[in-house]
Design a protein around this ligand. Sequence first.
Ligand code: IMP
Ligand code: MG
Length: 469
Amino acid sequence: MPSSVERIYYRALRRATVALNSGKPLNQVLDTIVRSVARAMQAGASLVLLDASQKNLVHCTSRALPKAYLQKGIVDARRSLAEVIIDQPVAIKDVSKDSRVQYSDVAAKAGIVSILGVPLRIAGKVAGSIRVYARQQTVFTVQDIAFVTSMSNLAAAAIEQDALRQQTQVPVSETAPLKQALSVAFAHHSEEEFARILDFYHIEWVYEPRAFPLSQDGDRVTEMFTPDFYLPGLDLYVELTTLRQKLVTQKNRKLRRLRELFPEIKITLLYKKDFDRLLARYGYGPLAQARGRGVRQVLYSAAEIQKRVREMAEQISQDYAERQPIMVGVLRGVFCFMADLVRQMTIPLEVDFMAISHYGAGASVKITRDIDLDVAGRHVIMVEDIIDTGMTLNYMLAHIKAKNPASLTVCALLDKRVRRLVELPLQYVGFEVPDEFVVGYGLDYREEYRNLPFIGSLNAAESRGQKSP
Ligand code: IMP
Ligand code: MG
């Protein structure tokens, strides 16, 4: 006769295998597996996966764990039950006395006493872990560990099966399984849209991973702030605000407080209008319907542009004397700038172009035209019309870097610095432009205005005080 524990574990395994074979979406299958672990062990449970950096663990799904515990922050795989990452189960009897737990205070406050972590292996490599959080002191038995390991194997099989079903080109072991497994319940539609834009540019994100306590009354936290996104690759939190002005003021206050209390945290606030402009650029969102009605104001005249371009050309010619750089222009906005820039340069150089797809054209940014020249061992200068969020450039630079140039710098005619999301060093900048949508001298609004000899801002396209399309 099997013992009652065996019967319970058997039932949980049966539920998990049924889920695995149900054809349901991955997140639901993982949810069932984690729920079954929690129920069988009468404890909290979670499934965490490594992000693309392979450094952090992100909660995919969990059961019976307080929100405060889930939002305790980014979990460092090397500081939290570290042996799991080298493929060993870890059983911790007393969380408060064990240095292997990264957030032991938070765990203790959440009533967690013992933790079990087992590796989750995909194609033979540790990709994450299933964890069990007990509220009573528990000595996990060999049988417990074997059970959770089996559940973890089923979860891994579900992730692999899903990758196959989606016909991923790259085997799942080489990508982050996290993306497939994470199915986030966004609080607001714009957050989902923003996540998709980040996905498009291959910028990794985690939704609301950490709640920051802002004020406390003794031991009780009276005010919290949970930024919408964390971008691990950039070590940056992003708060998207789609709220009315009154609430924005409130949010700004919270943000100031956060910066005071956690000076090491990098956080950016993205306003509704910034976000709408970002979407409008690609023909989406509320501003996209509005048509630009001509140029409102000339920002840089043809003569001013020529003067600045000449200065830049002289500077680059000086810096790159003897190095015969390859100037790589990003189509199509750069064509005027590139043509003028290289004609003012006085050193031998080569010219090439690349083009990329824009958001909305597909799920992921693509190089639609790659460079023809071989840049390995050469000095490359990326030439861009305008850097806004920096997401495009970030992707391009990674693409060129992979071709092993001897050096790589950036020359941008315009720098809309106030809107930067991805910080990148720009070695040569023509003008720092204000936060307005600009056209002319190659830059377009929906393919119009490229032929203007000057750079200008567009007329207010809407009556409600929106300044740009
Ligand atoms: P980023 O990826 O946000 O830095 O966007 C860079 C690209 O968006 C540029 O290469 C332009 O094609 C486009 N873009 C950004 N801002 C403007 C603008 O004000 N006018 C025209 N195009 C822009
Ligand atoms: Mg461009």
